[in-house]
Structure formats: C-alpha cells, structure tokens
Design a protein around this ligand. Structure first.
Ligand code: 5GP
Ligand code: MG
Length: 485
C-alpha cells in the first residue's frame, strides 16, 4: 500500500527531475481507492431486447475494465433501483432477473479497485436517494485528486460516508445541487472536484454524462435502435450493434432526456490530456479511441520498436495476450515469423490483481506454458506492451530459456514505467516498479534477458497521432498534467 507520506520522498517528490508539477494525490483516510472502471448506459431503448439486457451485454464487453464488482441502476415506477454485486458481470446478473426489468433507461458499471478495499459498498452505480426513493445513480470511471480536502469538507458539513470510494464525493455534490437540475448540478460539481472523471448520472428523467477537462478516461456516445448509448469503449457498441456518434469531449456535459441529446457546453479548466496507457494496455484492441484503432496504434508502436532492436533474431513471440498487437507490428517490420509460442490459460483472472510478489509469480507461471518445439535453439524477441513490476517478463524469459531458447531479447512497446498514476490506473508502490533503476544492465540482469529495448515516448505520440501535450504520459515521463493540490 502507498503510505501517506510516500510523496515526500523519492519519485513522489515534487522536486523530482522529471516532474513539471507535483501531482500529489489527496487520499481518503481509509484506503486508497484507485479505480479504472467501465461504464455503459442506455437511454430510451425500445428495441427488440430490453434495456437491462443490452446494458448487461455492454458490461460484458467492458469486463476487462473491471472484474471486481458490477452493477446496474434504473428507474422503476419513479423510483431508482439498483442490482449490484461482487465479481464478474455474468456472476452478478441473471437473465431472468434482467428480463423482468421494464425500464428503458439503464446505467451500468464494472469496477476495478486495485488498492482500495474490495468491498460491496463501493460497487457502482452509487445511489443517493430521498425518503421516497427518488434521487440519482452515478457511475464513475477515474480518480479524483483533491479527495482528502473534499472528504474533510463534506464531513464538516455533516455528511456521513457510506463508502470508501471517491465516487461518493462526486455523488454527494451532485445530490446537493440536484434542485438546479442534473446538468447544472454536474456543472457546479465540476467546479469543485479535480482529477479524472468520466461519469454518467441518472435521475428520474434524464441521463447526464460529464468528463473532466483533461479527458483522462474515455467516454463515447452511440446510437442503437433510436436510443442513445454511452460507453467507455466502442467495443461495447460493437457487441450490441450500436453505431458510434462521437466522443464526449474533455470538459463536456452531455444531457439526454425526452427531448433528445444535447451538449450543455464544454467546461474549461485544462488542456485535454488523454491517458496514454489506455492505448498501451488498458483498452481493448478492437476499440477505437478518438478515431484511432487501439490495435493499430499498438501495432505501429511495435513497428517503431523494431527499428530500435539491434539483436539478430529468428522469431518473434508475443507475451499473451497483451503483447500480441505490438509483436505483430514488430514481426512484420523485421520480416520475421510471429509464433504463438507461449500458451496462456484463458480461464484464470489477471495476475495483477493478486497481492504479494510470491503469489504473483506463481500466478504468472500458472497462466503460461511454452510450446517447447518452437523455441529450442532460437534467438527470440519476446514482446509485451509494458513492463511494470517486471514479473511477467521475468517469468516468461525464464520459461523461454528453460525451453532451450538460445537468446531472449525483450521488446517493450512503451517506455519504462516510472511514476505513479493518480488518475485511475492501478500502479504498484514506487519501489516495486522494475524500471525505476535507470541502469539498463541491472534491469536486463534482473529480468534475465539478453537485452531489453523499450519504445520511446515519441513512438507512442507518432502511433497515436497526437502531440505530447494532448496526452497524459505521467506514468512514463513524470509530467503530470494537473497540479496536486
Ligand atoms: P509486470 O508483470 O511487469 O508487473 O506488468 C506488466 C504486465 O502486466 C504486462 O504483461 C501488461 O500487459 C500487464 N499490465 C500492465 N498494467 C496492468 C494493469 O494495470 N492491470 C493488469 N491486470 N495488468 C497490467
Ligand atoms: Mg500482459
């Protein structure tokens, strides 16, 4: 766990040579909620399925964004209700239960809280209800950075917190301003909270979506059978057969009601800085973010990485499945065979989730098995999207060596991961980050590879087709787009 004062030492220090501004997060007193989540909402759906089932499908497509809890909220006879639970989407909902929901407007969420407590009360959508069960439901993807200050402020005004999630802060302000209408409530709230939020709120007659002025986390508008849809990623639209309309712009408030969809304007407060890690790892490869195919971005980074590798190679092997897109670009650029030489057991969860280094290595070993016949005597490039703790690379390199690889050269399709993220991506505590040691020989030896080659930040900018200033690259560069306090 990140200790409260960690920011006063080491790379958390504002004086770190890489930092432009010190983006020190303010934490809740209990726990450190860091969430990267998925949102799916549908307004006014009158197609062949029911809105709850459509939402269920959308959440299934966004399962990679959060496996800890799932939930939906909807309006029934003027009252807001929710079905939520811990675990995967398929586990939380039953078809029977969903098919009984008549609401044409449903808001859904999958949650991934890696460092904060994994408890049911934090499952979203979060509800704020009046005595007659009217009220609102909120789904949030991101992480606020002025949490501690707002938490204290709300406590002083008599608020009793029911969760340890920063989403409750957002909801509390929205609810306090509800008499102004949801759009104005969102506008007022945006003037108070800082950090990363792509959020959707539902009340008795509308859905309002709002995105922080930096636009850290994605949020897209779509259409399906005359209804409007909002989702974190376009892959969710593909599954339900919806078309993409456009992104919610950074700082924008979108209102969907009986009169249709309208933009309530764009709040200023910062330059857009889309999260680069969505492109590197987090989003599905079949999603399109701001016009760019995630797979093609990763493939392009792989081809640029190819130009940086100097070793003689026989074979390119992706780290499954996260290295596949980059490995295909790298193999194509070097005109080398791409072989699926490491099998990944698809029936296990992601290893990142499990705490403690020993269990993590065991989990990685549980997950992967080599196809020895392909590897023996070969000089291989092992390609992954990122190197965080180094666990995956270490285990896979050892696996390839045990299978008789003559040489193992590691290609990482992103720069060394050096800085914590305060905007909603799970980052280990700083001293667990493998690339903190800038000595490449040490790093290569600690991974056990013959060489390690990282992509440069410029490779990412080129592949994404955005300027550095339009992206949040803090995890790689230490340049934080927002001040901490
Ligand atoms: P490492 O094993 O070096 O700690 O982490 C790098 C590996 O974990 C890569 O294979 C990458 O695909 C994956 N990874 C990177 N970031 C995340 C994350 O936030 N969550 C999960 N589950 N995996 C991640
Ligand atoms: Mg991986």
């Amino acid at each position: 766990m990140l200790k409260k004062n960690d920011h006063q030492t080491g790379i958390f220090s504002g004086s770190s040579k890489l930092s432009l501004t010190s983006a020190v997060p303010e934490e809740l007193p209990r726990g450190r909620p860091q969430e990267k989540c998925g949102i799916f909402a549908v307004y006014g759906y009158r197609g062949p399925e029911n809105a709850a089932l459509v939402t269920y499908l959308g959440l299934l497509a966004l399962q990679h964004r959060g496996q800890e809890s799932a939930g939906i909220a909807f309006k029934e006879e003027g009252k807001i209700r929710a079905i939520k639970g811990m675990g995967m989407v398929d586990h939380v909902f039953s078809r029977r239960e969903l098919s009984l929901i008549e609401a044409d407007t449903v808001l859904g969420h999958v949650r991934y809280a890696t460092a904060g407590p994994s408890i049911a009360v934090n499952a979203q959508p979060l509800l704020a209800l009046s005595h007659d069960r009217t009220g609102m439901a909120l789904a949030h993807n991101g992480n606020l950075t002025n949490t501690r200050k707002l938490h204290h402020r709300l406590l002083e005004t008599g608020h009793i917190f029911h969760t340890t999630s920063d989403t409750e802060i957002l909801l509390t302000y929205l609810f306090r301003f509800r008499r102004l209408g949801l759009v104005e409530a969102a506008r007022k709230t945006m003037g108070i909270v800082q950090g990363a939020y792509s959020a959707v709120v539902l009340d008795h007659d509308r859905l309002v979506a709002f995105r922080d002025p930096n636009g850290f986390r994605p949020l897209v508008i779509g259409r399906l059978d005359g209804a409007y849809i909002l989702a974190s990623e376009t892959a969710a639209f593909d599954l339900v057969g919806a078309e993409v309309v456009r992104e919610v712009k950074p700082g924008e408030i979108i209102s969907i009601g009986p009169e249709g969809l309208s933009s309530a304007g764009v709040q200023s407060g910062g330059e857009p800085s889309y999260c680069i890690f969505e492109y590197v790892y987090f989003a599905r490869p079949d999603s399109v973010i701001d016009g760019s195919s995630v797979h093609l971005v990763r493939k392009k980074v792989g081809s640029l990485l190819a130009g940086r590798l100097s070793a003689k190679l026989d074979l390119v092997i992706p780290s499954p499945d996260s290295g596949v897109s980059a490995a295909s670009g790298l193999a194509e650029a070097l005109n080398l065979p791409l072989e699926w030489a490491i099998y990944r057991n698809p029936y296990l969860g992601r290893t990142f989730i499990k705490p403690g280094q020993e269990t993590r290595e065991m989990a990685v070993r549980l997950k992967f098995n080599p196809v020895t016949g392909l590897i023996r005597g070969k000089r291989v490039a092992l390609v992954d999207d990122s190197l965080v703790r180094g666990t995956t690379a270490r285990v896979l390199t050892a696996l390839l060596r045990d299978s008789g690889a003559a040489e193992v050269h590691l290609g990482i399709a992103s720069p060394p991961y050096k800085n914590p993220c305060y905007y909603g991506i799970d980052i280990p505590v700083p001293d667990e980050l493998a690339a903190l040691d800038e000595n490449m020989d040490h790093l290569t030896a600690s991974i056990g590879a013959d060489s390690i080659t990282f992509a440069e930040p410029e490779d990412l900018y080129e592949a994404v087709g955005k300027d550095r200033t339009e992206l949040c690259t803090a995890c790689f560069t230490g340049l934080y787009p927002t001040p901490g306090r």
